[in-house]
Ligand binder design. Structure first.
Ligand SMILES: *Cc1c(COP(=O)(O)O)cnc(C)c1O
Length: 487
């Protein structure tokens, strides 16, 4: 195409050179993934690399060669580490080669996913429909891919909030209404308070009730809290059910919660950030029985769906309620009925974003390439690996398991006779940090029953049982060493 001399754009001057750069980086990434298990699970960012990023605003450009060299030498070698088979910190996924290819294709197409007549719209609709089917939802359900579990959960609450009094909440917000209340157990993830704040209800509207010894919400405590709030003139709105708590992987009694919510006319929202993915496994799907009775379900595909960040999903049993919460009208968005925008921008009408990327593609590609059964089989494999680790911890006299550990999360600590908890906290913190810094593995930590514990969460398609053994042996070895220097 002819260009006027004074007109500029951001395409390469040298297309062949740019293509070569892209191919080379793709090769670097493939090589690093192929033998990711041979490298440390994490390593600290070297100071000279950290310093190299602190630069003035780059007013003038440089060659793509030079920038790509920096990607290869200073950026790619120092990742979070969650691509490693021995990364079990927090709840992180590895990503896959097909996810990488899909993200590359999505970036190349740079589709705008508000709606529009394009292949990408069909793919997001279809992939959401598959997710609804897998989770046991009817065809009247709908949903949206969003950045992650937090956004997915927040959208669930927004739909619940607006469904309570649609016209009023949409137009006047919460002023003049009784204070809404959301309920969950004491072990609900911390997104809940943040979410209540984001949607204008305030953090105190999240009511945490007791959990039982299996970390499931205590139903009588819940019933009591709801009754007390009604008496006090508050407005109970929704219950957040946990399908996979962060600290132990516990799953609430979903049928009992669904019965309770039906009776009390409350919205039932499932936070299944990782646990909802059990529905992918033919072997473990039964653990999610009752989940499909919820009004909304949030889950992450970038955790136990093993995909690249960022992709979470929110599904709403009655998609009309989701549209009711988010649809807007504007002349510049009105569909003319034909052409590129034959209909309403239906993805924009299902959530807060207007401009949206093609994050659905990686799910579509991975589902097709592997099949849901294989993804589910790896979910079940992770549970077996965690149960192997838990069993070895139970049997080791120098280690203490924190029950319950029914799923893919195991919390434990190194112990010694006659040593108090405070000292053990210090020892276990030191053991954890030594293991992280050695690069052997990356577990994280939490507090259970007031104690500092090493926490292993396996949402990792690359991990193996022998990785569990390596970690356990390292904890004992470092533990013995820390104990020897302490005495
Ligand atoms: C990770 C997680 C979240 C938050 O999801 P993000 O994708 O990190 O925003 C919420 N609930 C649970 C149980 C989680 O594990």
């Amino acid at each position: 195409m002819q260009k006027n001399r004074h007109e500029i754009n951001l395409d390469p001057e040298d297309w062949e050179g740019a293509r070569r750069n892209a191919h080379e980086l793709l090769d670097v990434l493939f090589d690093r993934l192929k033998d990711v298990g041979d490298r440390p699970a994490w390593q600290p960012l070297p100071e000279e690399i950290r310093d190299s990023f602190r630069e003035p605003v780059p007013r003038q450009g440089q060659t793509l060669d030079a920038v790509c060299d920096r990607l290869r030498d200073a950026v790619i070698p120092y990742p979070t580490g969650n691509i490693s088979p021995r990364f079990y910190g927090w709840v992180m996924g590895n990503g896959t080669i097909d996810g990488m290819i899909a993200d590359m294709v999505a970036a190349g197409m740079n589709s705008h996913l508000a709606g529009y007549d394009q292949s990408a719209s069909e793919i997001e609709d279809q992939t959401i429909a598959w997710c609804c089917e897998i989770m046991g939802y009817p065809t009247t359900a709908g949903g949206l891919f969003v950045s992650g579990g937090t956004m997915a959960n927040v959208i669930g609450l927004i739909v619940a909030r607006n469904a309570a009094d649609p016209e009023r909440v949409r137009h006047q917000g919460l002023s003049g209404l009784p204070a809404f209340r959301i309920y969950g157990s004491s072990v609900t993830h911390s997104w809940a308070e943040k979410g209540c704040d984001i949607i204008g209800m305030g953090r105190d509207s999240m009511v945490r009730v007791a959990a039982d010894d299996q970390h499931r919400v205590d139903l009588s405590a819940l019933a009591e809290a709801v009754a007390d709030d009604r008496k006090a003139g508050k407005m109970p709105l929704a219950v957040v059910a946990n399908v996979g708590t962060v600290d132990s992987g516990a799953i609430d009694d979903l049928h009992a919660l669904a019965d309770f919510c039906e009776r009390e006319k409350l919205w039932l929202h499932v936070d299944g950030a990782f646990g909802a993915l059990l529905a992918f496994s033919t072997k473990l799907k039964h653990l999610t029985d009752g989940m499909a009775r919820a009004d909304s379900i949030a889950f992450d595909l970038h955790k136990w769906g093993f995909l690249q960040y960022e992709i979470g999903a929110v599904l709403v049993r009655d998609r009309a309620l989701q549209e009711q919460a988010f649809a807007t009208q504007a002349a510049y968005l009105t569909p003319p009925g034909r052409g590129i925008q034959p209909q309403d921008l239906h993805f924009a009408a299902m959530g807060p974003q207007l401009s949206r990327g093609f994050r659905a593609l990686k799910a579509w590609v991975a589902f097709q390439h592997h099949g849901i059964d294989k993804i589910g089989a790896i979910v079940a494999q992770n549970v077996e690996q965690a149960q192997h680790l838990a069993q070895r911890v139970r049997q080791h006299e120098q280690l203490e398991l924190f029950e319950p550990a029914p799923l893919n999360i195991v919390c434990f600590r190194y112990v010694a006779d006659g040593v108090d908890d405070e000292t053990l906290d210090g020892w276990n913190r030191e053991i954890l940090l030594r293991i992280q810094e050695s690069g052997l593995a990356v577990p994280s930590s939490t507090r259970r029953d007031g104690c500092f514990v090493i926490r292993v969460a396996i949402t990792n398609h690359r991990s193996t049982v022998s990785d569990m053994d390596l970690l356990l042996d390292a904890v004992v070895e470092h533990g013995d060493d820390v104990r020897a220097t302490a005495s």
